[in-house]
Design a protein around this ligand. Structure first.
Ligand SMILES: [Zn+2]
Length: 344
């Protein structure tokens, strides 16, 4: 869509085995499904797909996203159908092998949906060749009287791999979160949190120290504080970064000043994902292309970002060593060919 790398780089990106570890299913609603249910309102793609579009605020972004997602996601069956479209696009068109996708607990409450059935529907939609892990996102005010009992129960569901803290980052966060996140880990779930997007590095530190997460969604503003960067590196925290989202939401001023390279160079592991493609009009390959065209990422650095997704994937250690060795062979063959060509 947005960025046109050199043909050899485009080929390299296409062939690179990839992961998506920061993807909201509501925000990944395929546009053709939205058009099916609301053809008049969505005859054309959203204005926010334009490369120079900037959202006024997170609230505006969230409102537009929910207006689109709410039209489609009204049953577990609809989640399954959308998930199938999304996953097939990832595995067949973008060479993605592993995805961590979240659904919003707020959508369950808003539409009276059975969250366990939704989680199951998403898992069942995984095509051959794609490993899917399912997270439930809960907003800062998303755990309350009316839904505590089913959210507590969700920690026992095999269909759910973990929890993710979603929503307006600047909204107050009560002590329930640290307590629930600790219980989730005790129950064998993986915990994540969105941070370092609209709040600065202090909130990133808080999520690591108070919520105990080792996976931060975004986290890019950690770059503002060397002590937080050192904490992330020493605790082995991974940032699931989405640069196109960051620029369109005004977290980062422009493409070339995205801090991904600085984060990586400070020793923090970073992966690459799309966040909410229905709002940003991006694909995973666009994210790699942007880094090449605007941020000067060479092939080796693009490969390093892609590899990080396999390094943190929720798979057995035996599978991981197999995947990483396959990944390294593919990349080495590709980089080796380039070196030979340059010598000629
Ligand atoms: Zn996100």
């Amino acid at each position: 869509m947005h960025f046109t790398p050199e043909p050899d780089t485009e080929r390299f990106i296409r062939n690179l085995p990839k992961t998506e570890t920061h993807l909201h299913i509501e925000g990944a609603l395929p546009f053709e499904l939205l058009q099916k249910v609301a053809p008049d309102s969505y005859a054309e793609p959203p204005a926010s797909w334009a490369v120079d579009h900037r959202f006024d605020s997170f609230a505006q972004f969230e409102q537009e996203l929910l207006a689109m997602a709410g039209q489609w996601y009204t049953s577990p069956k609809r989640y399954r159908e959308a998930a199938r479209h999304i996953f097939e696009g990832l595995v067949y068109r973008q060479n993605v092998h592993y995805v961590e996708v979240s659904f919003a607990s707020g959508m369950m409450d808003a539409h009276g949906l059975d969250a366990r059935a939704v989680a199951r529907a998403i898992r069942e939609a995984a095509p051959r060749g794609l490993h899917v892990r399912v997270f439930m996102g809960i907003h800062h005010d998303g755990y309350r009287e009316g839904n505590m009992s089913w959210i507590d129960d969700s920690l026992t569901w095999d269909e759910l791999d973990g929890l993710d803290l979603h929503g307006t980052e600047t909204a107050p966060l009560g002590p329930w979160a640290a307590e629930l996140w600790a219980r989730a880990r005790d129950a064998g779930k993986v915990t994540k949190a969105h941070a370092g997007e609209f709040c600065g590095p202090d909130f990133v530190r808080r999520m690591v120290q108070e919520l105990g997460v080792r996976r931060i969604e975004h986290g890019v503003r950690a770059v503002e504080d060397p002590e937080v960067l050192a904490l992330l590196a020493s605790e082995g925290v991974t940032l699931d970064v989405c640069p196109i989202s960051n620029v369109k939401l005004g977290v980062v001023d422009d493409w070339s000043s995205h801090p991904l390279k600085a984060l990586m160079d400070s020793g923090v592991r970073c992966t690459l994902s799309t966040d909410d493609p229905i709002s940003f009009g991006n694909t995973l390959m666009d994210e790699y292309a942007m880094l090449s065209v605007e941020c000067g990422f060479d092939h080796a650095r693009l490969a390093r970002v892609a590899r990080a997704g396999f390094e943190v994937a929720l798979i057995s250690e035996a599978d991981r060593s197999q995947w990483l060795s396959d990944f390294d062979s593919i990349v080495e063959a590709s980089l080796g060919r380039e070196t030979t060509l340059r010598k000629v």
